[in-house]
Design a protein around this ligand. Structure first.
Ligand code: HEM
Length: 536
């Protein structure tokens, strides 16, 4: 237990730490631009004598500020480590690949660091450019994420999703979000544990349990819409984050209003910390270990962990009383080998994996972003809802949004046995990345793939391997049907309650967030009361 007297120092340090992180982020950005500028023009990168000059400058500034020389020197080293070294690595140029790597499909020849910087800042254009240049199978080398063979041919994707689970491993053990999910998360565990965990959780998000939540979703959506400002611009994405968070909190903890209050604020802080743009960029360069040490991170994560575990313990002590939420399922679960209950760490990782549902909120923000730019489609949907019959068009709108703006651009696996994919013999150990984004934008599968045309899914099937927003195979999103039901309920309820208009007629750009891609303006809209209620 830490000394409570230290709290006031922490309070003074926190804003300063945040400011340092922000300034470092700015510094990163400038260094990156300098390095790119130099590379384009063939200007040599940071030279040893320049490093000595910069160190002298730091020492002089440190002396002015009465900082001890060893402190200033350490600070300089940290900055060189974090930023100037980027230049040196760029200067090294292409690194000769190992024999195993040389046999992989072709891909960009830039150094790993340059590829990582591109991936961090513009992953979708990067994927498109690589496909144009190298075809449907190419290799990316990404720092902290590994060397990926990207697959954009549906035949290859089909093959990957049908490989036996014993021959496929977790694709991203160093996944950037490991500090959030934790090593015991179902998303990061290997077989056979993965399947045991998956089977435990599946019933909570399917069949009867899923249908029981439909009314709760509508009710929460109604409550949310009624809190929106009328007649003034606001961003839909954060509102959808708040709403999907309410839904998932109930799926995980049950309907216990009082208990959820504290967690609500803590989770919102955590979501903001995860999506902080500055942090995301540094995360791509410095890796997940840096994230755990970064200022403000533990402050956002620790209280969520404490609250989640406190609730799990309360449940264990008080008994389940017929509860069927995710906490109860996990608290009652026993390890198959020795009958022991899940440890705190296991509970924490499973629960945090469920609670950090990012894709549903960004997909909902996109549904409205697209529909509001296509009034004819919106009108058709409203007509269907008014008619009160089936929900064919509603379903097609959701499917088309998930096709055009998939929240996740690739799903990654590790080959545990050699496989032949894209015309290449890939050795065991290769990371393969079925590319959701490129598959969804294939002209030979979807006519005018860049256009929002829900009608296509009135006749065309949305299924693996050409429609894969939820991934596929044994690691397909275990809440796919749940998320689709939620999106339908929310979309219907919003249209029944309010009329939305976009603030700008032009569509929003795709911007990158930690878990999913979101509209760059965060879905900027204005709400007004309905002229005629869809509900009537
Ligand atoms: C539109 C909403 C969503 C999208 C697009 C989405 C997408 C995905 C994707 C692409 C994967 C990886 C699949 C793979 O590797 O093949 C995944 C896995 C997973 N998702 Fe979702 N997801 C959504 C909503 C949710 C929700 C609401 C939850 C739970 C509350 C959830 C829980 C999970 C879990 C636990 C896994 C790991 C499954 C496993 O490894 O067996 N997802 N999701």
């Amino acid at each position: 237990m830490s000394d409570p007297g230290l709290q006031r120092f922490r309070e003074r340090l926190n804003p300063i730490d945040e400011e340092i992180a922000r300034l470092l982020g700015e510094r990163f950005q400038i260094c990156r631009e300098v390095a790119e500028y130099k590379e384009e023009r063939g200007i040599p990168m940071m030279q040893p004598q320049r490093m000595a000059e910069v160190l002298d400058r730091y020492l002089a500034r440190g002396a002015e500020a009465s900082l001890p020389a060893d402190f200033t020197e350490s600070l300089f080293e940290l900055l060189i480590e974090a930023t100037c070294r980027l230049e040196d690595e760029l200067m090294e140029g292409p690194v000769a690949p190992s024999a195993a790597e040389a046999a992989l499909p072709p891909g960009p020849e830039e150094p790993e660091l340059t590829q990582s910087m591109r991936w961090a800042s513009e992953p979708l254009p990067m994927l498109e450019q690589c496909q144009q240049r190298y075809g449907d199978t190419f290799t990316l080398r990404l720092r902290h994420l590994g060397t990926w063979v990207v697959l954009a041919d549906p035949e290859d994707v089909k093959k990957v999703f049908s490989i036996d689970t014993s021959e496929l491993g977790v694709g991203m053990p160093n996944l950037a979000l490991k500090p959030v999910l934790g090593g015991h998360s179902v998303m990061l565990s290997e077989e056979p544990e993965h399947m045991v965990q998956r089977k435990l959780m599946l019933p909570r998000f399917h069949g009867e349990r899923m249908r029981e939540d439909a009314e709760m979703m509508t009710e929460l959506a109604r409550r949310e819409v009624r809190s929106w400002p009328v007649g003034e611009p606001f961003q839909l994405w954060p509102r959808m984050q708040a709403l999907t968070q309410e839904v998932v909190m109930r799926a995980v903890f049950g309907d216990d209003e009082g208990r959820l209050d504290r967690l609500r604020g803590l989770l919102t802080n955590l979501t903001e910390a995860i999506n902080d743009e500055d942090r995301l960029y540094k995360l791509a360069l410095l890796g997940p270990e840096w994230l755990e040490r970064s200022p403000g991170w533990r402050e956002a994560m620790a209280p969520v962990e404490e609250e989640v575990l406190a609730e799990a313990r309360r449940r264990r002590d008080a008994g389940q009383e017929g509860r069927r939420d995710a906490v109860s399922i996990l608290v009652e679960a026993r390890h198959e080998d020795d009958g022991s209950p899940l440890s705190d760490k296991e509970l924490r990782d499973e629960l945090l994996t469920l609670l950090t549902d990012g894709p549903t909120s960004s997909s909902l923000a996109w549904v409205f972003e697209r529909l509001l730019r296509h009034p004819d489609k919106l009108a058709r949907l409203q007509e269907e809802l008014l008619a009160g019959g089936g929900d064919e068009y509603l379903d097609a709108v959701i499917k088309e949004t998930l096709r055009l703006r998939p929240p996740v651009s690739v799903v990654v696996r590790r080959l545990l046995k050699p496989a032949s994919l894209g015309g290449f013999e890939l050795p065991a150990g290769t990371l393969i990345a079925p590319c959701v984004y490129l598959i969804h934008h294939r002209e030979d599968v979807y006519e005018n793939p860049g256009e929002f045309i829900p009608e296509r899914f009135l006749t065309q099937r949305a299924a693996v391997p050409t429609w894969i927003p939820f991934g596929g195979g044994a690691r397909r999103c275990l809440a796919a049907s749940y998320a689709e039901q939620e999106m339908k309920r929310v979309l219907r309820t919003v249209l029944e309650e309010v009329e939305l208009a976009p603030v700008e007629s032009q569509g929003e750009r795709i911007s990158r967030a930690a878990i999913a891609f979101s509209p760059a303006e965060h879905g900027l809209v204005v709400a007004k009361p309905l002229a005629t209620s869809v509900a009537q």
